[in-house]
Structure formats: structure tokens, C-alpha cells
Design a binder for this molecule. Structure first.
Ligand code: F0G
Length: 463
């Protein structure tokens, strides 16, 4: 028998499932009631009432058997736990940074960093600050300034690295506000608020050079560093033969530190860290860490969390995993584009972003078109995504309202959780909502807090 080698183009899930969680089916009439009771805010729904939950890819992933086995043998010592040293060694191996400051999640690392380095009147440039990052910068009295390239603001533009920072705007900002008022330059990889779009190695290098020339520290918001490394490998010249871990090492090598939510590419359900090179800054940050997070060898994490992250950081960089991860997002994107649903193109690393501004021209930005479409997905199919638009970003520090740059519904994929038939179902729900788009109306906010209002605001449909 002479068999020819078989080559498949199908990219399959590179794992099998040994532990399952049932999901609950509901009827549309029930969902109508549940959504009204939740103040038309999907954040206020009970997860049990959601069939497919794409609210976030943060902390919602499935851990591997290797991670679980590490958790069983963790060291829960208050000081000097071996789990801390395992995490420190993984972070040092991948990022090269000297100091590890563990925190309970990404925003805690932001809090420690910005409270330590930022003050009233400062400006902190980034490609796009994520909502918690922006809130922490503003909480410290500083301005969070987004300097993503113009292509990054146009959902249909076909740039391979739409998360890049506009270098001219960065230089202009430095000239305008002065080096002494810029405590740090940040770059978010991938650019979550801008569509999960990657940043090129070239751009990271160029930003780091500008920062170095002016003596300003350069930090990476590294939540999705592994997905970003995959895009560099597959889209940027000269990287095709490099491994994701080597690409990640090079990215971090240009920076002096990073903030990290291990709930994303740490593949863990909780955890985060600040990692950096400066001895002086590390020691200042540790003073605050002890006050708000915990002793420096655990921060906000249990020993078993640190074990999960130490293993997860490497699993996130596995090539088979990354190929499947990015392909499963593109698979949904392809189906939606075929049906004419406007989405941010090309699809990013962790989510599909639906362009509600383009889809619902009859709903004004300040009547929240993306919020409306997201609620329609829940009503029609029990699917929960998140609005990244004027509810999330419209409220200004002075209390006024301004439309956000884009009105997007983000459908973020938990890592290693849903299968291809879940995605096929999702496409059906989204297309059904799209076909009834003329029926959708805007919303108004009935009550909500001043800061991060999208988490808890109550709304009401208009008309
Ligand atoms: N930076 C980015 C780019 C993020 O996407 C997030 C969280 C954070 C920082 C904060 O990390 O949640 O661990 O405190 N993003 C989640 C999301 C919440 O749904 O995109 P955290």
C-alpha cells in the first residue's frame, strides 16, 4: 500500500475537552424580561441567562491540565513562595524585565504605576488607552491621549497594523506638552479599544527610539502580547521564520517595562503584574503595592494563581494555539463579511468588532447604536457582547458628552472555550439581527456613575 501524504487546510482546535460546563437555553420572551430587569445593560445580566458569552476574553478562558496540576503543587507561603519565583523566572525569560511586581489583575498594575509616576497636568500618550487604563491615568490627574494612526480609526481600512501609533503626533505631543510632563509613553498590544488590531515591530521600535531620545520611559500594555507576536510573525516582513516567543522577547526588549493582565495572554482566570527595569521605580512601586495589593512576592495573587500564569504565559505563545486562536476569530469575520455585516477589518486577535455606526445610520451616536445592536444579539440569540462606543467612552472628565471615535460591538472570544459550531450559531444570530437592523432603536441612560459608567448604568430604549 502506498498512501500519499494528506494535507488538511482545516485549522482544528489544538486540544481536546475533558471537563465541560453546560450552558442554558432560554426563550426570546424570557430574555426580553431579563434584559429589561437588567436595565438594558448586559453587564447586569446573570451569566446563567446567557447562552454564548462574549462579553470579554478576560479571565474567561479554559485552563490546561498542566496549569491545574501546577496549581495543586503551588506554594502558598506569604513571603518568598516558590510559585513567585517560578512566575518571576517566566516573566523574566519572556520579557527580560528585572523586577516583577505581581498584582491581582491588569488594572491594579496600572494603579500602582500611574499613582507612582503620574500627576496633575501630565499627559500619557498611547496608541489607544483601554478604558481602565484611561480611568487610572485620569484618576492620577493626568490626561490619557490616544495617538493611533488614522487608518486605525477607519473600520474598513486595510492596514496590516492598525494598532500602530502615529509617530508625528507623538513627536508633536512631546513638543506641545514638554518632556517633563510626560512620565511615560505607553503602547497597547494588541490595540483592544481600536479593534484588537496589532502593532508592528517597526512601530514599537520607532516609538521606543523617540522615547529614548527624549529620556521618557516606554512601557507596553502587554495584555495580548502573544496574539500581537503572532500578527508580527504572519504579517511583518522578516518575522515568518521566528518563533512567537522570540518575537515577544524582541517587542519587550524595546521597552523599559510593561503592565499585564494575566487574564488575557496569561491564560489565567485572575492575575496580573507590573514588570520593569528601573530599580528606583520598582522600589517606589513596591511601597504602594504593599499598601494596596499585598507583600511583593504575591501581590494580589494566591500561589496557585502565580503557578497558572507562569505556565499560561508559555501556552499563549504556542504556535498551534495561536494559529487556531487567530483563525477562529477570522472564521466568524469571514462569515459576517460574506453576509454584508460591517465589521472592523481585518479581524483582530481576540474579537470580532461589528461597526454599528455604519450599520445603523438612523441611530445617532449619542443614542448609542452599538449598545442597541448588542442588546439585539442578546434578545435574538442569548449572545452577550460588549459595546465599545459612546456609552463606554462618551462621558468626558468635565461631565459633557462627546461621541466616541467608533461605535463598535465587540464579540470577544474566551480562550479555548467555544467550538466551531458555537461560532456557526453566532454567525446566524448576528446575521439575523443585521437583517432586522431597521427595527432597532436607540437608547438613553436613565442612571449611571461618573466613571466607567458602562459597567453599571441603567438604560431605556427610545421610541
Ligand atoms: N489593558 C487592556 C488593553 C485591557 O484590555 C484590559 C482589560 C486591561 C488593561 C485591564 O486588565 O481587566 O485585568 O484589570 N480588558 C478587559 C476586556 C476587561 O474586556 O477587554 P484587567
Amino acid at each position: 500500500m502506498e498512501l500519499k501524504e494528506f494535507q488538511s487546510d482545516t485549522i482544528i482546535e489544538p486540544f481536546r475537552i475533558r471537563s465541560v460546563e453546560p450552558i442554558r437555553f432560554t426563550e426570546m420572551a424570557e430574555r426580553k424580561e431579563l434584559l429589561a430587569r437588567a436595565g438594558y445593560n448586559p453587564f447586569l445580566l446573570r451569566a446563567d441567562d446567557v447562552l454564548i458569552d462574549l462579553l470579554t476574553d478576560s479571565g474567561t478562558g479554559a485552563m490546561s491540565s498542566q496549569q491545574w496540576s501546577g496549581m495543586i503543587s503551588s506554594d502558598e507561603s506569604y513571603a518568598g513562595s516558590s510559585s513567585f519565583y517560578r512566575l518571576e523566572s517566566a516573566v523574566h525569560d519572556i520579557t527580560g524585565f528585572e523586577h516583577l511586581i505581581p498584582t491581582h489583575q491588569g488594572r491594579a498594575a496600572e494603579n500602582v504605576l500611574f499613582t507612582t509616576i503620574a500627576s496633575e497636568g501630565d499627559v500619557i500618550p498611547s496608541n489607544t488607552h483601554f478604558d481602565t487604563t484611561r480611568a487610572h491615568v485620569e484618576h492620577a490627574g493626568a490626561e490619557a491621549r490616544d495617538l493611533v494612526i488614522e487608518e486605525g480609526k477607519k473600520p474598513r481600512s486595510q492596514h496590516p497594523f492598525k494598532g500602530n501609533m502615529d509617530l508625528e503626533k507623538l513627536k508633536a505631543t512631546i513638543r506641545e506638552v514638554g518632556v517633563e510632563n510626560i512620565p511615560v509613553i505607553m503602547i497597547t498590544v494588541t490595540n483592544n479599544s481600536g479593534g484588537g488590531q496589532p502593532v508592528s515591530m517597526e512601530n514599537i521600535r520607532a516609538v521606543s527610539e523617540i522615547a529614548r531620545d527624549h529620556g521618557i520611559p516606554f512601557f507596553i500594555d502587554a495584555c495580548r502580547f502573544a496574539e500581537n507576536a503572532w500578527f508580527i510573525k504572519s504579517r511583518e516582513e522578516g518575522f515568518a521564520d521566528k518563533s512567537p516567543i522570540d518575537i515577544a522577547r524582541q517587542m519587550f526588549n524595546y521597552a523599559e517595562g510593561c503592565t499585564m493582565s494575566a487574564k488575557k495572554d496569561g491564560m489565567a482566570n485572575i492575575g496580573g503584574f507590573l514588570a520593569l527595569n528601573s530599580d528606583e521605580l520598582a522600589s517606589e512601586c513596591r511601597n504602594l503595592e504593599i499598601l494596596t495589593e499585598g507583600f511583593p512576592t504575591y501581590g494580589g495573587m494566591a500561589g496557585y494563581d502565580m503557578e497558572a500564569v507562569a505556565t499560561g504565559l508559555y501556552e499563549a505563545l504556542d504556535e498551534d494555539y495561536l494559529r487556531y486562536r487567530v483563525r477562529s476569530i477570522a472564521y466568524l469575520g469571514d462569515k459576517l463579511m460574506e453576509a454584508g455585516v460591517p465589521i472592523v477589518q481585518p479581524t483582530g486577535g481576540h474579537a470580532v468588532y461589528i461597526d454599528a455606526k455604519e450599520m445603523l445610520p438612523h441611530i445617532d451616536s449619542l443614542e448609542y447604536p452599538a449598545w442597541s445592536f448588542n442588546n439585539a444579539l442578546y434578545l435574538l440569540g442569548g449572545v452577550r457582547g460588549v459595546e465599545i462606543g459612546s456609552v463606554m467612552f462618551g462621558k468626558q472628565p468635565d461631565g459633557s458628552e462627546k461621541p466616541a471615535a467608533m461605535e463598535l460591538v465587540r464579540l470577544a472570544f474566551p480562550r479555548r472555550v467555544y467550538t466551531q459550531s458555537h461560532v456557526d450559531y453566532l454567525a446566524e444570530v448576528i446575521i439575523a439581527a443585521y437583517q432586522q437592523r431597521d427595527q432597532l432603536t436607540g437608547y438613553e441612560i436613565v442612571e449611571g456613575p461618573e466613571v466607567l459608567r458602562h459597567f453599571s448604568a441603567r438604560l431605556q430604549p427610545l421610541g
